[in-house]
Ligand binder design. Structure first.
Ligand code: NI
Length: 396
């Protein structure tokens, strides 16, 4: 084991209790997307305690700063998201959310405390690397249009321009002590679809007099599935799911209107545009053919997330040095979306997964559930590995 790895491991060990307390404080005080005011203040206070004072606000609740190495060189960026979700926590823990109905159910408390740990470790090791490390504490990963897109517009990738960007996310499917990587495309784009089907309501006994939006909705749902099964290139994974349908009040009245909400996910920008146009065309023409109409509203979400092949393969090798090859696993494609994707279309990036599962402690719940939690030992791995990957890239 190299001296550097030894040093980082012992600093991770030394700072672990402190970072654990930070994680619990953030977990107990979650804030929703774009409202992370106390979280941003807390991050700044901790950085000041660590002797880091050159931080700046970006997009109101984002915090960013640069750490300089022993001599000029490349710049790389490290990013953590800091927002929580509108979920009522069901965990019975001493650090349970004090903000009822808001919860760190996606591990962004872990990402934030982890990046503070990385800042503390790397601020002790500036003689070990050349170049610049830009830290990005990013608001609003969970809410469209995504904090990342706003930070990019506000210049987070300028002055200095990072040549690489690294992000880490908890993964309750991977045991604590392991991490996962995937070179190339990893997570899907996701767009929101809102259909409003209009007919003409009346007594259900006289359908010939009215236009039934429920019957039209049925046709539209079935036909839209043809986009994935018949029109999509089978080599490009696509998902079209409807999670909400709303219309009518009673068995014997044809309603005026039906609303259907859904999501479309895929891994190709050209196909993404084409598929959404098909959703528009098919929905409006079916409704029209059946005598009604359909309004289609599409709220664009995040693009697909692509991990730079070379950079990711390099990080896999470095992670194996740090953790042992047996603790670095391969990831499959993931149909969920993540706003880190915006960065990966600007800068070669790598978004990897930190294992947080521990069956013997009963820590198995998925992200975005009221019982989500992590094995906190993952913080040690998380801050150590990210510190090592940062230095490894700058010195190579
Ligand atoms: Ni998340």
């Amino acid at each position: 084991m190299s001296d550097l790895i030894q040093k980082i491991k012992s600093l991770s060990e030394e700072y672990f209790e402190e970072i654990l307390e930070i994680r619990r404080h953030i977990h107990a005080n979650p804030e929703l997307s774009f409202q992370e005011h106390e979280t941003a203040n807390f991050i700044e206070n901790k950085l000041s305690e660590f002797g880091i004072t050159n931080f700046e606000r970006i997009a109101d609740t984002g915090v960013t700063f640069c750490l300089e190495g022993r001599e000029p060189g490349k710049t790389i960026a490290l990013r953590a998201d800091i927002d929580a979700l509108p979920i009522l926590e069901a965990n019975d823990v001493s650090y349970k959310s004090k903000n009822d109905g808001v919860m760190h159910a996606c591990g962004h408390d872990v990402h934030t405390s982890n990046l503070l740990g990385v800042a503390k470790i790397l601020s002790q090791l500036t003689d070990q690397f050349k170049g610049t490390i830009k830290f990005i504490f990013q608001p609003a990963e969970e809410k469209s249009p995504g904090g990342a897109s706003i930070l990019i517009k506000d210049g987070v990738l300028e002055n200095p321009v990072p040549e690489r960007i690294l992000g880490q996310h908890v993964m309750p499917l991977i045991p604590e002590g392991k991490v996962g990587f995937r070179p190339g495309k990893y997570m899907a784009s996701a767009d929101e679809i809102y259909l409003t089907i209009k007919g003409k309501g009346g007594h259900a006994a006289m359908p010939e007099t009215f236009i039934d939006p429920i019957a039209i909705a049925g046709q539209i749902i079935v036909s839209l599935q043809q986009i994935v099964s018949r029109i999509a290139n089978p080599k490009i994974p696509s998902v079209l799911s409807f999670g909400k349908i709303e219309g009518g009040n009673i068995n014997n009245v044809i309603p005026n209107e039906v609303k259907i909400d859904g999501t479309f996910r895929t891994f190709d920008e050209t196909w993404r545009k084409e598929a959404l146009q098909k959703v528009r065309d098919i929905s409006t023409s079916i409704a029209q053919a059946m005598g009604g109409s359909c309004e289609v509203h599409i709220a664009p979400g995040y693009p697909f997330l692509v991990n730079d092949e070379q950079y990711t393969v390099k990080n896999i090798a470095a992670a194996k040095e740090y953790m042992g090859a047996e603790n670095v696993v391969d990831l499959g494609l993931w149909m969920a979306a993540e706003d880190f994707a915006f960065y990966t279309h600007e800068v070669p990036g790598c978004f990897y997964r930190l294992g947080t599962r521990n069956e013997s402690k009963g820590i198995t719940s998925g992200v975005h559930t009221p019982t989500f939690n992590v094995d906190e030992n993952a913080l040690k791995t998380g801050m150590g590995l990210m510190s090592y990957l940062a230095i490894h890239e700058l010195n190579s």
